[in-house]
Design a protein around this ligand. Structure first.
Ligand code: DAH
Length: 371
């Protein structure tokens, strides 16, 4: 009886062993475990049946069954470990990296030439004691025009090709600022005259005019400059701007000419030209020759503009200037067309762009312009 039972159990173990060795997945293994050792599993049923046997048989078969159970558990565990190893092996095979392969060439971005120009302006003007400030792109009519002494019917308003926004609930139409000059007003309004000595600001930023061709874009950049204090005069303006032009264009002897001009917010006003030569092939050589090229507008801040922000023009004077940054960039780097500036064409950027970490090192001979 006992040996028959043992034989039976042995056969069962043999079948289970075969199934385990044939199994291919962990879920198959789990099924085998449930079908043999689970509540209704074949080995469990055997254990339940031995209750009917005499005590000796019970003891012997019970021990034999427990031994079988342990064997099955061990077989399942071993097989699980085999699966684990295979899985890891396969994973390693799939994720293998050939470190000897030639890597892809790293694509380094370039700094946009316009950003480069702005960095250069920062460097040059910071050297002369200027601080950078900015203002909003969307302006009220007051800041963009009226406060700058450009009254309602003034022709300058038409010349600016202004983009107007929809009127707000008060019927007021905001504008996309047509120049950076409104920030002059905003900065002067903030001056606390009790603790005021002098300010020197540069104001770079986006500006907008409804104009589009090879040298005009509806969105472009300007940089404004403003110096205000007691005893600031036209000599300071000239010294500062000559120094700027020569440093920016890297030409110690660059001819710089101040040509009388008109801007409503400055009096007197002057446009600044630099000496250049137009070659027969249309290219430009800066610093030599008999031609002149206009690069910026400037002047002494108009007394009416100072009065408008509560500054007494008999006590304080200032000078201001404004320049187009695309134009400055095109001139310095010989870029013939403005339109690709905003095309994000990688070929253009690679050609005209700069290595980002290569910051400008400009040597200006700044010798006491304001003293
Ligand atoms: N705002 C002028 C323009 O957009 C440029 C300009 C001229 C700015 C003279 C100034 C200035 O500050 O003094 O054409």
């Amino acid at each position: 009886m006992v040996s028959e039972l043992k034989q039976d159990i042995q056969n069962l173990l043999k079948d289970i062993t075969t199934n385990i060795s044939k199994s291919k997945t962990t879920s198959e293994l789990e099924n085998i475990r449930i079908n043999s050792l689970g509540k209704k599993g074949s080995v469990t049923l055997y254990l339940k049946n031995i209750r009917e046997f005499d005590i000796e048989t019970k003891k012997e078969i019970g021990a034999y069954l427990n031994d079988t159970k342990n064997k099955i558990n061990k077989l399942i565990l071993d097989k699980k470990n085999v699966f684990k190893k295979e899985y890891l092996k396969e994973k390693l095979r799939l994720e293998k990296i050939d470190v000897s392969l030639t890597p892809y060439e790293a694509e380094a971005g370039t700094l946009h030439p316009l950003s480069r120009t702005i960095e250069e302006l920062y460097a040059i003007f910071a050297d002369m004691g200027f601080t950078i400030v900015d203002g909003p792109d969307i302006e009220s009519d007051y800041y963009n025009f009226s406060a700058l002494n450009i009254p309602e019917e003034h022709p300058a308003r038409q010349e600016h090709d202004t983009f107007y926004l929809q009127p707000d609930i008060n019927g007021q139409r905001k504008v996309l600022r047509t120049h950076t000059s409104p920030v002059q007003i905003r900065t002067m309004e903030k001056i606390d005259l009790k603790n005021f000595n002098e300010i020197r600001y540069i104001i770079p930023g986006r500006t907008y005019r409804s104009d589009h061709d090879a040298t005009h874009s509806p969105m472009f950049h300007q940089c404004e400059g403003l110096v205000l204090g007691k005893n600031i005069n036209m000599g300071h303006l000239k010294g500062c701007l000559i120094e700027f032009c020569r440093t920016y264009f890297n030409e110690d002897n660059l001819p710089v000419r101040f040509r009388p001009s008109y801007f409503p917010f400055t009096e007197p006003s002057a446009e600044v030209d630099i000496g250049c030569k137009k070659e027969n092939d249309g290219s430009l050589v800066i610093g030599k020759g008999e031609d002149w090229l206009e690069i910026l507008g400037s002047g002494m801040v108009h007394p009416r503009v100072l009065q408008g922000v509560g500054i007494d023009p008999t006590q304080y004077q200032g000078f201001a200037f404004g320049m187009g940054l695309e134009r400055l960039t095109m001139l310095k780097y010989g870029i013939p067309d403005l339109r690709p500036f905003y095309d994000s064409d990688l070929r253009w950027l690679k050609h005209y762009g700069f290595i980002p970490f290569d910051s400008p090192s400009l040597h200006s001979g700044l010798n006491g312009i304001f003293s």
